[in-house]
Design a protein around this ligand. Structure first.
Ligand SMILES: C[S@@+](CC[C@H](N)C(=O)[O-])C[C@H]1O[C@@H](n2cnc3c(N)ncnc32)[C@H](O)[C@@H]1O
Length: 220
């Protein structure tokens, strides 16, 4: 298993080469299965391909250690599909976190002013020493590195609450590497897997900046 790297590849396949029960925590932000396009026309690989996204959760479950957490962002539009898959592979839902935005990212029947993630458990993990509030404040990245870039400052509290220093944190939908950076800045090991070469390169560059102590606008 390759520690502290962004692996450029497809996650279900890549994870199938990992040992079972080798990962302490998964924090991930899969495509929401909404055929997303931003204002600049940027789209997400597999956002129109439920099978290619959902099948990764079989492997996430297998590589997680017994009694561990997976925190997965999701969009409400495809919650039925995500929920069914999580249950099928064996995860229990043990929490739900909402981030409130002070702007709306879109408007439809409602204005979209929040993001959300489920806290999933494999087995019965020990509860965090300092449980997070399930309502958190969102911060906007400007989506410069990736069309759906999550702020490192949004992910870092999850890393701290649900893992310990020295643990290994996996993100199989790594994008521009925000989870990996949050893990590195908090003395955790990381493994990021990302399909698109372009975003792998960006994630690797951002992690090199972190190693050199050039944090720029990365806040954790
Ligand atoms: C919602 S984005 C993650 C953005 C990330 N949280 C960030 O802050 O940059 C999901 C990412 O998963 C990648 N992806 C989609 N299907 C994949 C798969 N089967 N294996 C690996 N990566 C995949 C996409 O290319 C996309 O970059």
């Amino acid at each position: 298993m390759t520690m502290n790297q962004i692996i450029c590849g497809e996650s279900a396949f890549t994870l199938s080469t990992f040992e079972a029960a080798s990962i302490d925590l998964c924090i991930t932000d899969p495509p929401y299965l909404v055929n997303y396009k931003d204002r600049d026309g940027r789209s997400l690989a597999n956002d129109d391909n439920p099978q290619a996204v959902l099948s990764v959760f079989d492997e996430i479950y297998r590589v997680l250690k017994p009694n561990s957490y997976c925190i997965s962002f999701y969009g409400w539009n495809a919650i039925a599909e995500f929920s069914a898959k999580w249950r099928e592979v064996g995860f229990k839902t043990v929490g739900h976190i909402v981030w409130t935005k002070n702007y709306s990212s879109r408007a439809g029947h409602t204005r979209y002013c929040h993001e959300s993630a489920f806290v999933l458990a494999k087995g019965w993990p020990e509860k965090p020493l300092h449980p997070l509030s399930d309502v958190q404040r969102w911060s906007y990245t400007g989506n410069r590195a990736h069309p759906t870039e999550k702020a490192v400052g949004v992910i870092a509290p999850l890393v701290r609450a649900f893992s310990l220093p020295g643990d290994t944190v996996l993100d199989p939908f790594a994008g521009s590497g925000s989870t990996a950076i949050a893990a590195a800045l908090n003395n955790r090991n990381y493994i990021g897997i990302e399909l698109e070469q372009h975003y792998c390169a960006i994630a690797q560059m951002r992690l090199e900046d972190v190693e050199r102590g050039c944090l720029g606008d990365i806040a954790a």
